[in-house]
Design a protein around this ligand. Structure first.
Ligand code: FCB
Length: 454
């Protein structure tokens, strides 16, 4: 395996162009890597249940073993350290620490995260914690899940429990990862857990996710939080496929559903009128004061960026058939979209420092005869997106950090293990980890600056 200094890059972007306190990291989530789905007192999550639905997961797989990170975390932490990152973004599995989502805590589960967090700190890596990366305790789903306002209060209790146990040791808490995905893919399209197809339920869920975010932020501040508090959204620029009035109108609508529906309540304390009108009687039920709670100021906004969306009022616009470069997910590779998105968020809203909390690509990887994974496509993707973010910073956007999705190949939700996003390859038969060329590039990118007088 080459050493960082022997790994050449032709890139013009370098870490030394970023501020000293800029945070570089890698990201994962609990369900996608941990495995150990039903041991040591962990309760089932909605994803454990959803994986059992015939046809729900492309390769009929589940999260029972995944990357077995629950058992292999020490070696994974060593690998993270080898990358020279400043931070590791991970999530806590709520049903591992509180099996039914209310009442009893599971001490063995808490101890796992204790070892993980202490292991990060011992290695000089900052823990960036996400409370909800989609794996809601199944017991709460059986009482209505995010549709039920009670879940909001359960989430706040869970957040307080995590604060009490780990609040002194972490530097950042994100309440939710991508509430749009939970609401829309999970409750309107039904292609993600819990597999519901109902627009009104989805809208109610989105409101409860946002409300639970705001309430948790308030409660954790009251409890004396010293770390940064925020939320992570999946955002994308929307472009009309043609300049026809129908495409342009649909683009505005889709932008409202993805971006303004979440950004407006968080930063303007209101839901966008056009989307409320579009939802009609499917619009969520709000209690007085909810929007004030949702709009509680936060310390950072996490943005997950993968691609832009081309919107057509007719047939869906397929980037590949339009000659665009795509990842293995079929998503267009469009780094310029990240610059555009960051500038737009910066101009349209009064936002705290932004983090790119996820960015990366799925590509077909092979461990070669030389034992290496030559993923030039992924390296190029990451490099170009870092440059695109840098351009936004030069134009005035305040950025706090950048995290690659993902540290490891892992369970890619409804795509199962067929899609590989890791900069570290996982052989699922042996659980052997191999740093791909993209990891070696990232390591070099981070390390060179450290050794160049920084
Ligand atoms: C995001 C998710 C993350 C991963 C990437 C590819 O939507 O937050 O868990 O699946 O997409």
């Amino acid at each position: 395996m080459p050493t960082p200094s022997s790994f050449n890059t032709s890139s013009s972007i370098s870490k030394s162009q970023f501020p000293d306190n800029f945070v570089w990291g890698v990201a994962t989530s609990a369900f996608q890597i941990e495995g150990a789905a039903a041991i040591d007192g962990k309760g089932p999550s909605i994803w454990d249940e959803f994986c059992r639905v015939p046809g729900a997961i492309a390769d009929q797989s589940n999260g029972d073993i995944a990357c077995d990170h629950y058992h292999l975390y020490e070696q994974d932490l060593d690998l993270i350290k080898e990358l020279h990152v400043d931070a590791y973004r991970f999530s806590i599995s709520w049903p591992r620490v509180q099996p039914t989502g209310s009442g009893e805590w599971n001490e063995i589960g808490l101890q796992f995260y204790e070892r993980l967090i202490d292991g990060l700190i011992a290695r000089g890596i900052k823990p960036y914690l996400t409370l909800n990366h989609w794996d809601l305790p199944a017991a709460l789903q059986h009482q209505g899940g995010w549709e039920n306002r009670e879940t909001v209060y359960r989430f706040v209790e869970y957040a307080k429990g995590i604060h009490e146990r780990f609040g002194q040791r972490i530097v950042s808490i994100a309440t939710h990862n991508e509430p749009w995905v939970v609401a829309t893919l999970g409750h309107e399209q039904g292609i993600f857990a819990p597999g519901i197809k109902d627009r009104a339920i989805a809208a109610q869920c989105s409101h409860h996710l946002l409300l639970s975010h705001g309430m948790a932020v308030q409660e954790l501040r009251r409890a004396g939080a010293t770390y940064d508090l925020g939320i992570v959204l999946n955002l994308a620029p929307m472009h009309p496929a043609t300049d026809s009035p129908a495409d342009v109108a649909k683009t505005r609508l889709e932008d409202g559903k993805l971006l303004r529906w979440y950004m407006d309540p968080l930063f303007k304390k209101s839901y966008p009128d056009d989307i409320l009108a579009y939802l009609g009687s499917d619009a969520p039920i709000l209690h007085e004061g909810d929007l004030d709670i949702i709009g509680t100021p936060i310390d950072f906004l996490g943005i997950n960026y993968y691609s832009r969306t081309m919107v057509s009022a007719g047939d869906p616009w397929d980037p590949k058939s339009h000659g665009k470069a795509v990842s293995d997910m079929g998503w267009e590779i469009f780094p310029e979209g990240l610059t555009e998105l960051l500038l737009r968020v910066h101009h349209d809203y009064d936002v705290p420092p932004l983090f790119v909390t996820e960015n990366g690509g799925a590509f077909k990887d092979h461990v070669g005869e030389d034992g290496r994974v030559h993923d030039a496509d992924r390296q190029d993707y990451i490099e170009r997106h870092i440059a695109a973010m840098h351009l936004a910073m030069k134009k005035g956007v305040k950025m706090g950090g950048y995290m690659v999705w993902s540290f490891l190949d892992n369970f890619e939700w409804a795509s199962g293990y067929e899609k590989r996003f890791g900069i570290v390859h996982v052989d699922y038969d042996t659980q052997r980890r191999t740093l791909k060329d993209s990891a070696l590039w990232y390591q070099n990118f981070l390390h060179q600056a450290n050794t160049n007088g920084k």
